[in-house]
Design a protein around this ligand. Structure first.
Ligand SMILES: CC(C)(COP(=O)(O)OP(=O)(O)OC[C@H]1O[C@@H](n2cnc3c(N)ncnc32)[C@H](O)[C@@H]1OP(=O)(O)O)[C@@H](O)C(=O)NCCC(=O)NCCS
Length: 168
């Protein structure tokens, strides 16, 4: 049996292509049939390798989870953007390659993102997920999140509901 090392670390410029790839596959897998096709394609294509390289350089907090040296997923985190919610931290995105899902890596990445927000002195945490994204809703509820608020996101004139999960 082969044992693969799992590592969670800050993203570096050399990860840009791998993150763009994770983003592409994870978004296509999670949102096909939920977000209208054209809008989804545009969102995916906008975030190519150069976009990610720039985001990493601008010091947005991006972390990656690597298994056996391969980037399997990423998370982005920072200050909560929703004024109506008192939690100070937010995980903006958390995505794994489809072939890396369902084996506990999301749980590890989430725990590390949460730990980092709290290390930065941000108390409490918010995550938004589209209401139609059943896997994400099950994941965040299973991780102990309370769904406390709803919002709407519009994609190509189609309004989709989103749910905010919070942790104190
Ligand atoms: C959602 C996501 C981050 C979860 O990470 P993961 O590594 O697959 O999840 P884990 O293996 O750590 O599983 C933890 C729990 O999540 C839930 N879960 C995970 N995958 C699931 C699935 N496919 N269907 C239903 N529940 C699921 C289960 O409750 C699981 O608990 P269990 O281990 O007791 O069964 C990951 O599947 C993913 O990136 N999905 C696509 C993108 C996405 O939706 N991201 C979130 C956007 S807000």
């Amino acid at each position: 049996m082969t044992t693969l090392a799992i590592d969670i670390r800050n993203a570096e410029p050399r990860d840009a292509a791998a993150i763009a790839d994770v983003h592409h596959d994870a978004w296509a897998g999670a949102y096909a049939g939920i977000i209208p096709h054209k809008a989804l394609n545009a969102m995916i294509n906008r975030r190519g390798r150069d976009w990610w390289a720039n985001a990493i350089r601008r010091a947005a907090t991006i972390i990656v989870i690597e298994v056996g040296g391969k980037v399997c997923g990423y998370a982005t985190l920072g200050r909560n953007r929703a004024r109506g919610l008192k939690q100070q931290g937010e995980i903006y995105e958390l995505y794994l390659r489809p072939e890396c899902q369902g084996i506990g890596l999301g749980t590890r990445l989430f725990a590390e993102a949460r730990r980092r927000l709290s290390t930065h002195g941000l108390r409490g945490l918010v995550v938004w997920a589209l209401e139609d994204n059943d896997n994400a809703l099950a994941f965040y509820a299973g991780a102990g999140g309370r769904d406390v608020a709803e919002g709407v996101e519009v994609f190509d004139q189609r309004a989709l509901r989103k749910v905010a999960f919070v942790w104190e």
